[in-house]
Design a protein around this ligand. Structure first.
Ligand code: PGA
Length: 251
């Protein structure tokens, strides 16, 4: 059975002390109420080393939100995948729509980051999803096919096993709009089909595919009940303990 995952994407929120306090609260919660889903906190870089200490019992996993496309050296301001791994983090988000749009990260660059992250021993939460115009002109399948093909399909099957895909329609991120459970199921099923065509049925069946975009306690159960939706990548609602834990429990 494939793994269910709920990952919180804190984005650029919380100063050091607040973030560590929050990580501790989440850890304490899941120590006393273990979850069926794997729970991941994707924090800003500055929290990683401290959060890794706090989360060392392993009830809650840790991830970064980005990594450099280079291994090391004179790249002022960058943080490498190996550095992230050295904090004790297990995951990194790559290709979030905010990175694609605000920082102009294209499929080629994201592919380079993905390869490096896996080589450094990290698992990758690889994001894809269309903008509103593309959905309205029914290009969403095409867009997602290209993002996944160009971002991931030069990985050998053994490396692809380190990938989690997050489908996040850009029009639903932070907007309060959510894909309907049927819309999510339709495209998650399409994504699993792409993976099956490329890597075979077994790898496709084992792949965890997350939904992201205004996921909250009130819609999580319905979205997660779809057969190809294996959990969520949660932005805004991951910053409130009650909301985040309720979404994890929706699994
Ligand atoms: P949201 O963000 O839950 O605030 O819509 C999701 C994401 O961007 O990962």
């Amino acid at each position: 059975m494939r793994k269910k995952i709920v990952a919180g994407n804190w984005k650029m929120n919380m100063e050091l002390a607040d973030g560590l306090k929050f990580a501790e609260a989440i850890d304490t919660y899941f120590k006393s109420k273990p979850s069926r889903a794997e729970v991941i906190l994707c924090t800003p870089f500055i929290h990683l080393a401290g959060a890794s200490e706090i989360l060392k019992s392993g009830k809650v996993c840790l991830g970064a939100q980005n990594c450099s496309s280079e291994t090391s050296g004179a790249y002022t301001g960058e943080v490498s995948a190996a550095m992230i791994k050295s904090t004790g983090a297990q995951y990194v988000i790559i290709g979030h729509s905010e990175r694609r749009s605000y920082y102009h990260e294209d499929d080629k660059l994201l592919n380079k980051k993905t390869i490096l992250a896996i080589a450094s021993g990290l698992k990758v939460i690889f994001c894809c999803g269309e903008v509103q115009k593309e959905r309205e002109s029914e290009k969403h399948f095409e867009v997602v096919r290209k993002q996944i093909g160009d971002g991931l399909f030069n990985l050998p099957p053994d490396e692809f096993k380190n990938i989690v895909i997050a489908y996040e329609p850009v029009w639903a991120i932070g907007t309060g709009l959510t894909a309907t459970p049927d819309q999510a199921q339709e495209i998650h099923n399409f994504i699993r089909g792409l993976i099956s065509d490329k890597y075979g049925k077994e790898i496709a069946e084992d792949l965890t595919i997350l939904y992201g975009g205004s996921c909250k306690p009130s819609n999580a159960i319905e979205i997660f009940s779809k057969p190809d939706v294996d959990g969520g990548l949660i932005g805004g609602a991951s910053l409130k303990k009650e909301d985040f834990t309720a979404i994890v429990e929706a699994i």
